[in-house]
Ligand binder design. Structure first.
Ligand code: S3P
Length: 168
């Protein structure tokens, strides 16, 4: 049973764009957890938060992490907060290699500014300082991974190459 490759990391670290390309390269199936939750609930993430709250989103996230832990040969892009639950980490680790994608607050800010409306946890006027604080608060949660990749100033394809090199 081939292990899943699970991409973890803060918003804007490139989990989805890297994950998609990595799956293509390794000929594995790609699963983007946020997109799956949107399919399951029939709501975009921002609306799910607005209508039913973060608690409902986290419970969908947990159910999905449990389901995916029973599958194999997947590249999984998680949502940035999946690591906030120890149960999720344990589930994803059951049959998965956990890889943390990292980026500096400055780079994250540049990237998320392009897609801010779809991220309910980010306020409109967010700045580098806010990102730094959020990164600090989550630092210990992201430390659970098998290895970390710095994505600053790297195109997704370069990150994919680095991951495949590390996996060998
Ligand atoms: C979240 C990150 C988002 C999404 C949700 C919560 C978080 O995913 O799951 O808005 O808690 O960091 P991305 O990391 O893909 O933006």
């Amino acid at each position: 049973m081939g292990k899943n490759i699970v991409l973890i990391g803060f918003m804007g670290t490139g989990k989805s764009s890297v994950g998609q390309r990595l799956a293509e390269k390794l000929k594995m199936k790609f699963v983007d957890m946020d997109r799956e939750i949107e399919k399951i609930t029939g709501l975009p993430i921002s609306q799910l938060f607005r209508k039913h709250g973060e608690i409902r989103f986290r419970s969908e996230e947990k159910l999905l992490a449990q389901k995916l832990s029973c599958e194999s040969n997947l590249v999984i892009a998680t949502g940035g907060g999946v690591v906030l639950s120890q149960e999720n980490i344990e589930a994803l680790r059951e049959n998965g290699i956990l890889i943390c994608l990292e980026a500096s607050a400055e780079e994250i800010l540049k990237r998320i500014n392009r897609k801010k409306g779809s991220r309910p946890l980010l306020k409109k006027e967010i700045g580098e300082k806010d990102i730094k604080l959020m990164l600090e608060a989550r630092e210990t949660f992201y430390a659970c991974t098998d290895f970390r990749i710095d994505t600053d100033n790297k195109e997704p394809r370069m990150v994919v190459e680095e991951i495949t090199r590390r996996l060998r």
